[in-house]
Ligand binder design. Structure first.
Ligand code: FAD
Length: 453
């Protein structure tokens, strides 16, 4: 190991090893040979060089929320970024510098101190690193675009342990690739994001309906969202009603539909705009109200605890006609696990302000993004039935898919699916850029884009 390394090294004999190697998905049990907790870019460079010298596989740990568990690697070196978690906001230029191991909770808190925000993950513990490099979908995407649309520059440690800046001016090919291409091209130790005025108060929350209303609720929501202004965000999730006080007693533990509503503008105007949703039903519970943006960003924290078993898939849809809604509901209900969330996320608005050629991430015209999120308590006897159910739902919706997929929402489904996230043209360009920056595929423990031949 390099003498220059200033962070800490955690090995299997250390007390904190099991905690340090744990990730969000409790199905993952990877045991790295060492976890290199880096404090800056120079540490990351040293950790990469040391691992390469020892011929050990490298993994990169941002926030540990990748459902494949790629943050940790059996017998290899985990380049752990969690101590590089600074968030420095410059209100004058409306930008934020964010450490590669920060989580969205700290970005939201720091930016909201200035009434600013950038599209971030829907669960505040999610890492900025993996989410942004995979492009970054969040409640604000119809208003401000995906997270990567607000990326101005990044400090990147390359496979050759060089520290470079990627931006429109500096290494534009690398900058193109990291906006959607994942962790394939280097380790990002600092992101600089453009920020947008928002909040602190906004309209947000959920309408909850009994499961038997799912088809009608989805049809009403679909018809509304296809013509809604870009300020409206949210989605619809087929879930199980939680045992919470706000849920009528008879509905608790039963199949339910959650319509999540966000409005990135004046809350009063928002309430008028979303009236076709809030007046539908009526819902069993209406929790839509003015609330701080940081609270909107934590709405889904409680239903997404660390350590549960997770199996995910997804697809972009070309349309969501009545037959597709029927297929969706009929295959989801009844759910196998009460923790499972089958989610429809709307496209449109600022997402389609950019073109597919602008950066690695494309898929900008799909009207809906499906996220099949199966989650269950850590009981191995339940693994296969939940995995099978997820695949069954995904298969039922195949007739309406674009053929492309949002990589942040899927598990390990092979290189063909990685290619299908980009389409053959952008995938070929990504492979060329990979060859230029990482010809030996040092960063391969991820949704891998192999170097061009
Ligand atoms: C509860 C939950 C909610 C989620 N919500 C959303 C959502 O709303 N929108 C969305 O788009 N996605 C969402 N995701 C998916 C999420 O974006 C991906 O799982 C993402 O990879 C998580 O990033 P991470 O840094 O936490 O993960 P990690 O597991 O640490 O990283 C995953 C991979 O990303 C790469 N990586 C991470 N950080 C860096 C870095 N700084 N430099 C280089 N490579 C890096 C590495 O290849 C790593 O293996 C969610 C996931 C969970 C578990």
């Amino acid at each position: 190991m390099s003498a220059e390394f200033r962070g800490s090294v955690i090995t299997p004999s250390d007390a904190g090893y099991d905690e340090a190697r744990s990730v969000f998905n409790g199905l993952i049990d990877h045991k790295p040979e060492r976890i290199m907790r880096c404090v800056d870019a120079a540490d990351v460079a040293a950790a990469i060089a040391g691992a390469r010298e020892a011929e050990l596989t490298i993994s990169v740990y941002g926030g540990g929320h990748g459902v494949t568990g790629s943050a940790v690697v059996d017998g290899g070196v985990c380049v752990d970024l969690r101590a590089i978690d600074h968030v420095v906001v410059d209100p004058a230029t409306r930008t934020a510098r964010v450490g590669g191991g920060a989580s969205w909770g700290s970005v939201d808190a720091a930016t909201q101190e200035h009434g600013l925000a950038v599209t971030g993950g829907r669960v505040s513990t999610t890492g900025v690193g993996g989410l942004s490099l995979g492009s970054g979908s969040g409640w604000l995407e119809r208003a401000f675009g995906f997270t990567c649309d607000s990326l101005v520059s990044a400090e990147v440690v390359t496979a050759a342990s060089e520290i470079v800046t990627a931006s429109e001016e500096s290494h534009p090919d690398l900058f193109w690739a990291i906006r959607g291409g994942g962790g394939n091209f280097g380790v990002v130790t600092e992101f600089t994001f453009d920020l947008h005025p928002l909040g602190p108060m906004m309209l947000g929350g959920m309408l909850l309906y009994p499961g038997f209303m799912a088809k009608d609720v989805l049809r009403n929501w679909r018809d509304f969202i296809l013509g809604a202004p870009r300020e409206v965000g949210g989605g619809v999730a087929l879930i199980t009603a939680p045992p919470e006080e706000f849920v009528p007693e008879a509905a608790r533990g039963m199949p339910a539909v959650g319509v999540i509503i966000t409005y990135a503008g004046d809350p009063e105007e928002g309430a008028r705009v979303v009236a076709p949703l809030t007046s539908f039903g009526p819902p069993a519970a209406n929790l839509v109200q003015p609330m701080p943006y940081v609270a909107v960003q934590q709405l889904l924290d409680a239903p997404n605890p660390k350590g549960m078993h997770n199996y995910w898939s997804g697809d972009f849809l070309t349309e969501f006609p009545d037959e597709a809604i029927d297929a969706f509901v009929d295959n989801v209900q009844p759910p196998v696990s009460p923790l499972t969330q089958m989610i429809v996320i709307p496209g449109g608005g600022a997402i389609s302000d950019r073109t597919d050629a602008d950066m690695a991430f494309g898929n900008r015209t799909a009207p809906f993004n499906m996220h099949y999120l199966s989650m269950w308590p850590p009981d191995p006897t339940q693994d296969q039935v939940n995995i099978d159910k997820t695949r069954q739902i995904a298969a039922a919706l195949k007739p309406w898919t674009t053929g492309q997929v949002y990589l942040n929402f899927i598990g390990d489904e092979g290189v063909t699916r990685v290619e299908s996230a980009y389409g053959s043209e952008r995938f070929a360009r990504l492979r060329e850029i990979k060859k230029a920056w990482d010809p030996d595929n040092v960063f391969r423990h991820n949704q891998n884009i192999p170097p061009a031949d």
